[in-house]
Write a protein that binds this ligand. Structure first.
Ligand code: MRU
Length: 342
């Protein structure tokens, strides 16, 4: 499996997801500002992967602090601020920055030790994420039956995480345990994560995949050609409302209408107990040219008014279950979440 993000010799390497599936190019980062820029420009994307990138960005920033620095706190706060201003919806970004802050607070008085501990923490966040995804796959596999056609949206795969993936992790696990499944990937306009990334990942592992444009899902459902939906999440509120890639909500409404199970797969680090409901989740608005253009080619008039929300919120009432690394939450999300996150 090609690594999404890696720490090597004091630098951070990321596969440039904007260029996939046509080119497999790695970008080298030597400072936290480069990492912030790559998160903003979607060189790396997907909530858990953004969290790992932010943690490694902090490690790069701290690595460059002079060992005699009198006030590392000022530098550290600036690093966290710059990384925290990249993408507002993916909660894993803020979760990872908080984890790094805890380490900083413990070791800030000894800079050489601080550098070591901060790097260890960033690497731990990365390895834990991969392990967590495997647990999500193991727990979630039961929702997939032999022969199922599974619709997924965006890319909640290896590329969106430290490895293995959340929604695609469940699919990977079902496939490797011998279930004959096939995947339908929504193309995911405007950034085309489904067409470019999910198809690429599935093909690399010989998991049968069929690409559709986003407006085809309802038709396929009405013809009995989708058995189940599994998507990832960018932020889950305490009441189970889930923000995920724009278009997810429409698929959830269609699934309800057609009586098709609709699952969200996400690590507990994607749950934001500070958001009581989906209304509290900030939705990132991106540049309108992503809608006016495809691969830099205009598909509408240059001044056309557009909106470009990157995410939408699916109410828990439309979700059959949230597959986490500990259990599937299918009812009473608030008390389940409070028990799981203490
Ligand atoms: O804008 P993106 O590509 O970062 O959005 C990604 C998604 O919406 C994913 O479904 C989500 O982050 C879950 S990834 C395991």
């Amino acid at each position: 499996m090609i690594p999404t993000i890696e720490w090597k010799n004091g630098k951070v390497f990321m596969i440039d997801q904007r260029k996939l599936p046509f080119e497999e190019v790695f970008i080298e980062h030597s400072g936290y500002k480069d990492v912030a820029d790559s998160i903003k420009k979607m060189v790396i994307r997907g909530a858990p992967a953004i969290g790992v990138a932010a943690a490694m960005g902090v490690a790069l920033g701290v690595n460059n602090i002079d060992k005699n620095e009198k006030d590392p706190g000022i530098i550290f706060n600036e690093i966290v601020k710059v990384l925290g201003e990249t993408r507002p919806t993916a909660i894993n970004l803020f979760w990872a920055l908080d984890e790094m802050k805890k380490v900083f607070n413990l070791f800030q008085t000894n800079i050489p030790i601080l550098k070591k501990r901060i790097l260890e923490k960033a690497l731990e966040i990365k390895s834990d994420d991969e392990k967590t995804n495997k647990d999500i796959g193991r727990i979630g596999e039961v929702v997939i039956n032999d022969g199922d056609i599974v619709l997924t949206h965006c890319n909640a795969g290896s590329l969106a995480t430290a490895g293995y993936g959340t929604a695609l992790g469940v699919i990977r696990r079902a496939n490797s345990s011998g279930k004959k499944i096939s995947v339908v990937a929504g193309e995911t306009r405007p950034f085309l994560q489904g067409a470019r990334l999910t198809v690429w990942e599935m093909q690399k592992e010989n998991i049968p995949v069929t690409l559709i444009t986003d407006n085809m899902a309802g038709h396929l459902m009405s013809k009995g050609r989708i058995d189940l939906v599994i998507v990832g999440a960018d932020r889950i509120a305490l009441n189970g409302d889930t923000a995920n890639k724009i278009g997810t909500y429409s698929i959830a409404v269609l699934s309800k209408f057609h009586n098709i199970p609709f699952y969200v797969a996400a690590p507990l680090s994607t749950i934001d107990i500070g958001s009581a409901s989906g209304n509290d989740i900030p939705i990132e608005e991106r540049d309108g040219n992503e809608v006016r253009e495809i691969f830099g080619k205009r598909i509408s008039l240059p001044e056309t008014k557009v909106v470009n929300p990157a995410f939408d919120v699916t109410p828990f009432s439309l979700i059959t279950g949230i597959i986490t690394e500990r259990k599937i939450i299918s009812s009473d999300p608030e008390s389940e979440i409070r028990t799981l996150i203490r």
